[in-house]
Write a protein that binds this ligand. Structure first.
Ligand code: CAA
Length: 401
């Protein structure tokens, strides 16, 4: 019996990033570093800095709120939240999000971890679930606060955001192809033991492994599909800092013959694909998907029917290369105005306030509360810790943020 192939993929996608950011010129001034190192060397301009009222749960709920508008909540029977900045060793952060979004009780909730790769693993599981249950919708959320020790080379690559995606059959935005290339190897390039609040990172080595894993996943993907670089209109990569995206693109170009015309297009669209990442900073497992939103929302040409290559890398490491095709009419479901408005409304922090937020975050991670009611502009808020329980609230008056 022949089986008809079912289209599965991303039906809707949205992101949320904190209300504050710091220009990297502040950091450069403070550390007496030539700003070109950040603007040209890393291709980064500013970084999101979560306030004490924001964490992976509130960012996840705020991003998801936009994605589930107009969707029957009963159809969402799975919520997968991927993060490497988890707030609890046992309870899944997604359970708080499930309550805040008022999702049905017969909904399976799980937390996913494999560094910046986590959301891609979650997306693959969501696709399998929908393949078996075509009526189901799965909410996949990538939510991370990227924090490093102060006064280190990695400090300029901090940031934070959540991306929420609704995965379904017959998606309105992107159909994801089933064939992928996967790679896993035990390496110590970036890790965070339970007793540390910031990761340990072997920065240069991590960039090397990222590129080696790209080669392996790409070769495997091409072997399975018969595709070559010429089959792709654009690429989105994991973006720990925006320059890495161009290093990845160059690595692919070294591996295959490519016309000058296509090379020029890929680099131009590469700039589009890191538009949001450049000003949000790293957001670990959300960063590939933030790049995808940036490409979809800011591409100068309509992307209908175009094939997009996607590369996900999670230190440690697991990586995957996969692809998607953009659906006719996708542009009607973009949330460009909301996203641009959110970015426009962000407040710029001075260095001394950045330090305050940085320290408050460590305090909360150790179980302390925080000063309440200072930054209430989001719909979903973290109100502090009481008797070791995290308190989240809905700001019902805020529905356009
Ligand atoms: N003008 C222009 N460019 C300048 C410059 C100046 N004045 N000064 C330096 N640069 C350039 C350098 O030439 C270099 O460019 P290339 O990489 O193209 O050679 C770039 O700026 C970076 O400078 P350094 O080589 O001196 O590197 P650094 O010591 O500042 O560290 C880093 C950079 C290793 C990426 C560091 O920021 C870091 O450790 N980041 C965190 C780890 C990371 O992001 N790894 C990525 C792969 S792992 C991953 O992807 C998972 C994840 O999310 C973390």
């Amino acid at each position: 019996m022949t089986k008809t192939k079912m289209n599965i993929g991303i039906d809707r996608i949205s992101f949320f990033t904190p209300q504050h950011h710091m220009e990297l010129s502040e950091l450069a001034d403070q550390h007496d570093i030539d700003i070109n190192k950040y603007h040209i060397g890393l291709k980064q301009f500013s970084m999101a800095v979560p306030s004490p009222e924001e964490d992976i749960v509130t960012m996840a709920a705020n991003a998801s709120y936009r994605v589930i508008q107009g969707v029957d909540p009963e159809s969402i029977d799975m919520l997968l939240l991927a993060t490497e900045s988890s707030i609890d060793q046992s309870k899944s952060a997604g359970i708080y999000v499930h309550r805040l979004l008022e999702l049905p009780e017969n909904c399976r909730v799980l937390e996913f971890k494999q560094a910046c790769y986590g959301a891609t693993g979650a997306l693959q599981l969501a696709m399998s679930h929908v393949r078996e249950n075509p009526e189901s919708k799965v909410l996949v959320i990538a939510s991370d606060v990227a924090r490093y020790q102060r006064d280190t080379a990695a400090e300029a690559t901090q940031g934070g955001a959540a991306v929420a995606m609704l995965v379904s059959a017959n998606p309105r935005m992107i159909v994801l192809e089933q064939a992928t290339g996967v790679y896993t190897r035990d390496v110590m390039d970036f890790w965070r033991p339970n007793y540390l609040s910031e990761p340990i990172v072997d920065g240069k080595y991590s960039c090397e492994v990222y590129l080696q894993a790209l080669e392996c996943t790409w070769q495997q993907y091409c072997k399975k599909t018969g595709d070559s670089i010429e089959d792709f209109y654009a690429f989105c990569f994991h973006v720990p800092f925006s320059k890495m995206m161009f290093k990845a693109l160059s690595r692919l170009e070294e591996m295959e013959a490519i016309s000058d015309e296509q090379k020029a297009r890929l680099h131009k669209l590469g700039e589009t694909a890191v538009g949001y990442n450049k000003i949000v900073g790293n957001c670990y497992t959300a960063s590939l998907y933030l790049s995808l939103v940036s490409l979809l929302e800011n591409s100068p040409r309509n992307l209908t029917g175009k094939k997009i290559g996607l590369y996900s890398y999670g230190s440690g490491c697991t990586a995957e290369f996969f692809s998607g095709r953009v659906m006719f009419g996708y542009e009607k479901h973009l949330l460009v105005d909301q996203h641009l408005n959110m970015l426009k409304k962000r407040d710029a922090l001075k260095y001394k306030d950045y330090l305050r937020f940085h320290d408050a975050y460590i305090g909360v991670a150790k179980g302390a509360g925080h000063e309440l009611g200072v930054f209430e502009r989001n719909r979903y808020l973290f109100k502090g810790v009481d008797n070791h329980k995290r308190i989240y609230e809905v700001n019902e008056n805020v529905y356009d943020f």
